[in-house]
Write a protein of this length. Structure first.
Length: 73
């Protein structure tokens, strides 16, 4: 729906149109870094008025032993 851009991030807000979805989900806000094209922050505004905010760091390398352990699950 709405889009706002600064030098650091591009913010995109998404609002569901279907009434049965709006009962549970009011809005999703995404902040994306234009330089790296990665998600920096995700905010979920829920129908009951609560908010979930997740902030993401830059990706870090994972050594092969840890990667093998995770993929073995």
């Amino acid at each position: 729906d709405a889009e706002q851009q600064t030098a650091d991030v591009t913010a995109v807000s998404l609002r569901p149109k279907a009434p049965f979805l709006r009962k549970h989900l009011r809005q999703l806000d995404l902040q994306i870094s234009p330089q790296t094209s990665r998600l920096v922050q995700l905010r979920v505004l829920q129908g009951d008025g609560s908010t979930l905010l997740m902030t993401f760091d830059a990706p870090r390398p994972v050594n092969s032993a840890d990667k093998a352990l995770l993929l073995a699950r």
